[in-house]
Design a protein around this ligand. Structure first.
Ligand SMILES: Nc1ncnc2c1ncn2[C@@H]1O[C@H](COP(=O)(O)OP(=O)(O)OP(=O)(O)O)[C@@H](O)[C@H]1O
Length: 579
């Protein structure tokens, strides 16, 4: 919603007014633009909090280019730097910034993960760069490259978009490194829809000096036309059945985004739901996909009218989807500030929008929690249980048992769900011991519950399926071959190890006769397989934790991950909001 104030009322350079009128065709200012631009063009540092979709991108780009238009910079002198936590957001900001490229023939570039540093440095050196939009991990790597010929000491404008996210532990090493390379004398701006959680001394850590703090619509956390609903289910089995019902009722012939907390859930449930709804256009996107594929999916989603996107928090912040009427949060967010950002992918630019949060009975305290942050939640009308779970399970077991790959993906999704739940940032409201593990396993349509440490001591009500998962091959022949090979190698190694550990007199002569002994070895080997799988998954999860806590860099994380399953990682990329 714009104000009655026109862009022409701001004291901007004529060239900037021209870009606003010709490239954007905007006449009126949005409230945040009216409130913040006059301060930012006057040399003040600013910390700006304004709702999702309220026009913050131009609020920082206009003062940046306004100042740039007054100075003469050579191609290899950096003037402005915009940091964004997510790659797709960086690219989107770049697309907006490019509209200002005629301002003093600005050299504008973006740098995000997923491309080689050598390629990026070569590109920047050849083309030059005055304005750079970058993700912190990538920028840190580039600044560390000896042959980068961009002078960053000339920087005057530094913007942190989604600043509260960039201030979190996960980015602290990268940000500290980047700040150490930049001049202290500069203008700095922080922008987010959820900045109030950041403490003043954190702002100072980012190098702001007495920033002007601007909060637009302080009493309304959400855009005016965004209606927030919730529905509470008895357990997670009902919840997955409820999602089927919601998709049937609200997502067909519509454009919607469904958020999950882990990329394994996105991968797995999108396979299941694509088969449950063969006539729906279901896309899935997560941060472990190769960058080109991610970009393709976002473009595809933007340009399609009737489509459902399964995703994680990697797409929760900043992306400007202008026509998404519905957002569903299937998993409540791991970090409560993401609730606002996820919901904010709908109801942008004054449009109507609906955001639905799905909870289990024991999680209902989250509604009061949101209420305390001025977020009005209404109960969703109609009981979402028309799709009965047992019927759904039968259908889904048929899907799952067509391919061992789906079974493995379901297992991984269950394990990552359990582990992410255990690390919920609001553990007081999302209590792990309240989770009914058996019902969680049913909601992932598992045949067996994997033995993982987190649930070993728990009493679990779950009836194993009669179908042995080991009897189901991978549909993909190469995958099956690789799997059998890997298993065989592991078996061989383990048996050798076990036999070596036996008392000498039992090997090798008695080995053939001592069938009982061999059987017990096999049993132990089998147990060891399970234990090894568990240990591998645990070690992976520990790495994720270390990365999230900023104890290791993304590069170190990738290197370490290669020890687990190198062939799975050839095309993989990681994003901190999506692990
Ligand atoms: N003055 C204006 N008049 C009309 N539309 C505008 C104006 N300024 C920005 N917009 C449009 O509003 C939409 C939302 O803007 P933007 O993406 O900058 O929001 P945001 O505040 O950064 O949201 P988020 O917090 O979700 O990142 C964009 O499509 C943008 O083109």
């Amino acid at each position: 919603m714009t104000t009655q104030n026109q862009w022409s009322e701001l004291n901007l350079e004529p060239i900037i007014q021209k870009v606003i009128a010709n490239e954007f065709k905007f006449q009126y200012l949005m409230p945040v633009q009216k409130a913040a631009i006059p301060h930012f063009i006057k040399n003040y540092d600013v910390a700006v909090e304004a709702q999702t979709g309220s026009g913050k991108t131009l609020t920082f780009l206009v003062p940046l280019f306004n100042q740039f238009s007054k100075q003469k910079y050579s191609d290899h002198q950096l003037f402005g730097l915009v940091l964004s936590p997510a790659r797709e957001l960086a690219q989107q900001i770049y697309d907006v910034a490019k509209k200002f490229q005629n301002v003093n023939q600005a050299k504008i570039a973006f740098a995000i993960g997923g491309t080689s540093n050598e390629h990026d440095v070569k590109y920047l050196n050849e083309k030059g760069c005055n304005i750079l939009i970058a993700t912190p991990g990538k920028l840190r790597q580039l600044l560390d490259m000896a042959d980068l010929q961009i002078n960053v000491k000339t920087l005057e404008f530094l913007i942190f978009d989604e600043a509260d996210r960039l201030m979190s532990n996960e980015y602290s090493d990268d940000i500290r490194f980047i700040l150490s390379k930049l001049p202290k004398q500069r203008r700095t701006g922080l922008f987010s829809a959820t900045l109030s959680s950041a403490k003043i001394h954190d702002l100072m850590k980012l190098g702001l000096r007495n920033p002007v703090q601007i909060k637009v619509n302080a009493n309304e956390a959400m855009p005016a036309k965004l209606r927030n609903y919730y529905h509470i289910f008895e357990n997670r089995m009902d919840k997955i059945a409820g999602l089927v019902d919601l998709i049937e009722k609200k997502c067909q012939n519509n454009k919607s985004i469904i958020f999950f907390n882990t990329c394994c859930s996105v991968v797995y449930y999108s396979i299941i739901f694509k088969q449950l709804f063969p006539n729906c256009n279901i896309l899935s996107m997560n941060g472990q996909m190769a960058q080109k594929k991610r970009q393709k999916i976002v473009t595809n989603f933007k340009s399609t009218n009737s489509v459902i996107l399964f995703t994680t928090d990697v797409l929760a912040r900043g992306l400007d989807f202008d026509d998404v009427p519905l957002v569903i949060q299937f998993d409540p967010p791991q970090d409560p500030s993401f609730f606002i950002h996820r919901s904010g992918r709908t109801a942008r630019q004054g449009r109507d929008g609906e955001a639905i949060l799905l909870l289990e009975q024991h999680e209902r305290g989250f509604i009061q929690f949101l209420g305390r942050s001025n977020i009005e939640m209404n109960q969703l009308d109609g009981v979402l249980l028309e799709c009965q779970f047992q019927q759904l399970r039968e259908k889904c077991l048929k899907i799952v048992t067509t391919d061992r790959d789906i079974i493995e993906k379901g297992k991984a999704a269950f394990i990552s769900f359990i582990r992410s739940y255990k690390e919920h940032k609001l553990q007081i409201l999302f209590q792990f011991n309240q989770l009914n593990i058996g019902k969680v396993a049913y909601s992932f349509f598992l045949l067996r519950i994997p033995r993982i440490k987190e649930i070993l001591s728990k009493k679990i009500e779950f009836e194993q399926s009669q179908i042995d998962p080991n009897s189901i091959p991978f549909l993909d022949k190469n995958q099956e071959k690789q799997y059998l090979q890997k298993r065989e190698n592991k078996d061989k190694k383990l048996e050798e190890k076990k036999i070596q550990q036996l008392p000498k007199q039992q090997v090798p002569k008695k080995q053939e006769k001592n069938i009982k002994n061999i059987k017990s070895i096999r049993k132990k080997v089998k147990q060891q397989h399970e234990q090894e799988d568990d240990e591998e998954l645990r070690a992976e999860q520990n790495l994720v934790k270390k990365l999230k806590q900023g104890k290791i860099t993304l590069q170190q994380f990738k290197e370490e991950m290669k020890n687990f399953d190198p062939e799975d990682l050839q095309d993989a990329d990681y994003d901190k909001d999506d692990l």
